[in-house]
Design a protein around this ligand. Sequence first.
Ligand code: UD1
Ligand code: CA
Length: 474
Amino acid sequence: MAHIAAVIMAAGLGKRMRSKKAKVMHPVAGRPMIWYMINVMGQLVDSKVVLVLGHGAEQVHAYVDKQQDLRASIDVVQQPTQLGTGDAVKQAQAVLMPDDEPLATSCLIVNGDTPLLTASTLQCLLMHHQAEQAMVTMLTTNFPDPHGYGRVVRSVAHDVIKIVEDRDATPEELAIHEVNVGTYVVDSQFLFNALNQIEPRNAQGEYYLTDIVSIAVQEEVRVSAVKTQDATECWGINTREHLALAEQAMRGRIRTHWLREGVTMLDPATTMIDDGVQLGQDTVLHPHVTLEGQTTIGEDCVIRAHTRITDSQIGNCVVVEDCCVMEKAVLEDGASVGPFARLRAGTVLQQKAKVGNFVEVKNTVLGEGSKAGHLSYLGDGIIGKHVNVGAGTITCNYDGFRKSQTVIEDGVFIGSGSQLIAPVTIGQGAVVAAGSTITDDVPSDAVSLSRVEQENRKQAAARRRDAQTKASDK
Ligand code: UD1
Ligand code: CA
């Protein structure tokens, strides 16, 4: 028999969030809370992880289905009406007690809204449970302001007697600072027996999971508690204020990790790094840099201020100047970008390629050592090596109906202010003269120019000025 199964309670609406979205789908450092809960369980459980869903179940289920990186094998069960945490855990009975026999000896139970909990704390709880041979082991902590949490009531001998919810507590109980974190290890057989005895006799008319503690005390079986010093880990997210605090705490944790790994941050407090982002040694992050999603950044890079990078892969020795926005882009070693550049999905800058200020790139490969320095739009392009794209070059990739491709072969020189009307190919080594509108393919090594012939009308400007002056004298 496996030792540990898990239940994650995530069926609640989270009324206090005042949101249309299920509470556990609210992100902390770039990932929904539920991701952290499942991830941490996956590290500890050798049996099933049961996810109890209700409000927003479809949304949560769809998200969880897409996460291949969550190691645990997850069973989703529904709680049809949110009758309380005791009722929530009961929904896992069919999965965890098939044929009335427990699938695993113990069951690790967590609220879905405690994303800061770490695997090491849970490991400690599990070890304590085993060492004490307890039926119920709960995680507690001291909060300076325990408001809203269940209080841990202890006997004179300091044994846990019960958990009392804020709304049901006496003034004496409200003065207790030790709170229930909502994280428990419970003997599976005892758990489902106890759950069948719980009654909704409390201020909220709910089935409280916390009542298993007083049931254990009544049945004179061992109840044990681990009090953790790190109170931050124990925060339950009920409101947007809590969410904002958790966001800060998680961001801080991530920054500390990367600082220890050898990343420099000039102003850590303004540096936002999502969970899941990877960074290489000796990379320097300037103030107000935001790194999101599945982003990887190599070694010895410099990312300057006010740049946002999302789901992008960046090699070594890449320089991103100030105020760039980048999404789903790939930057090979030695590439440089910005300031004020926008790289959209499908941008690939090969080694040492350079994109300068006010350039937008989408679905385009810019070959090794090629440059687009100023004020350009490059969309749906394949650009070879050592190409010079002059200032203000536009690939006209959209005719109002469909997108077409622009191919620019190795060594091409595109003069400034040119428009390349796609589909079009500029052959290797060719030159497009500045200000040209290119509608047809250009053969290799040709010079292509398409400008209206210049006409200089002698003294015409002076005559125009004189005419204007006379008119305004009247
Ligand atoms: C709960 C505890 C409280 C503890 C606190 C820690 C109970 C009765 N109270 O209170 O002692 O101090 O957590 O954060 O357990 N849920 C369901 N179905 C339901 C009700 C809730 O799945 O019918 C889920 C919620 O989605 C949430 C979790 O259970 O993830 C906790 O519910 P919540 O309403 O936040 O409980 P608290 O009032 O915070
Ligand atoms: Ca809560």
